[in-house]
Design a protein around this ligand. Structure first.
Ligand code: G
Ligand code: G
Ligand code: MN
Ligand code: NA
Length: 255
């Protein structure tokens, strides 16, 4: 399995890679964001998705190291995109952070990654997985507020799949929420999924924050989302996660 090499070795030996997926404003096709998604280029097993190694890395306590590596790399890559693509650069880079990472000095780590790359804070957003527990979120609140003041966006990820109390939605300094792809997958044919997507869209609109649908795979789904007032979307129908070079080439050709 993947666990015979530890995440710590993978980081040290330079085996992690970032893939970048566009977040699109479906009204005009503009790329309004990028999500950084980590992969492990394992020497024997090939390119591994996070499902294959995050659980074990989490048990071993290595996720904060991984997230720190991702933050540094994503900020450096975004700074290069802004430098090379000027007017065509999407406004923000989104980076996923786990609960274990939030519990540490997330504000210091973000500040270090911004300083090292020269990326302005308002070009970065953190995606906080909804499975972050309430105690972690509540303890991280002052740090999250500091980040927000530095212009860093905060987005609640995987909405609908976790257990975050609704109370946190109004207390966290959130810029937006992302609807989990399991609901987006059923938005056309499953009444229950449609109802959850509509609820989350109304919730975001009511709170005055952004809402992004993840995992959009068909034009039908896109139409249903637009009908609910959801303009921001991500998924295989709009663009797959790709290495930086391929992503940047597409940006150049779109301009
Ligand atoms: O790219 P993929 O769909 O396989 O990602 C699966 C999950 O892994 C995503 O939902 C995301 O939450 C998580 N993930 C991807 N990249 C990172 C990362 O850099 N750090 C953390 N903590 N989680 C990530
Ligand atoms: O952070 P989060 O867990 O939401 O990460 C998104 C994950 O979903 C990534 O691993 C990405 O590769 C994957 N993904 C992105 N678009 C699609 C899609 O349209 N369908 C499916 N099944 N997965 C997707
Ligand atoms: Mn995410
Ligand atoms: Na998600």
């Amino acid at each position: 399995g993947a666990s015979d090499l530890s995440m710590r070795d993978a980081i040290r030996d330079g085996q992690l890679r970032l893939f970048y997926q566009p977040i699109v404003d479906v009204r005009d096709g503009a790329i309004v964001g990028i999500e950084a998604l980590v992969r492990w280029l394992h020497p024997r097993l090939g390119l591994l998705a996070p499902e294959r190694f995050l659980p074990e890395a989490n048990r071993a306590g290595h996720v904060p190291d991984l997230d720190r590596w991702v933050l540094n790399q994503a900020c450096a890559d975004m700074a290069a995109i802004v430098r090379d693509h000027d007017g065509q650069a999407p406004p923000r880079m989104n980076v996923n952070v786990s609960a274990a990472t939030l519990a540490l000095s997330i504000d210091d780590h973000v500040a270090a990654a911004l300083a090292a790359s020269g990326l302005p804070g308002n070009r970065l957003a953190l995606e906080i997985s909804e499975d972050a527990d309430l105690e972690t979120l509540s303890k991280a609140m002052p740090r999250l507020e500091k980040l927000r003041q530095a212009g860093v966006g905060l987005v609640l990820d995987d909405m609908g799949s976790g257990s975050t109390s609704l109370r946190y939605l109004s207390r966290l300094p959130l810029q937006g929420l992302k609807i989990d792809r399991t609901f987006v997958g059923g938005v056309v044919h499953n009444t229950g999924d449609y109802t959850v997507v509509k609820l989350l869209a109304d919730l975001a609109h009511g709170l005055g924050i952004g809402v992004t649908a993840e995992g959009v795979e068909t034009p039908d789904q896109l139409a249903a989302l637009l009908d609910l007032g959801i303009h921001s979307a991500q998924g295989f129908h709009l663009g797959r996660p790709q290495p930086l070079e391929a992503f940047a080439a597409k940006l150049a050709s779109a301009g």
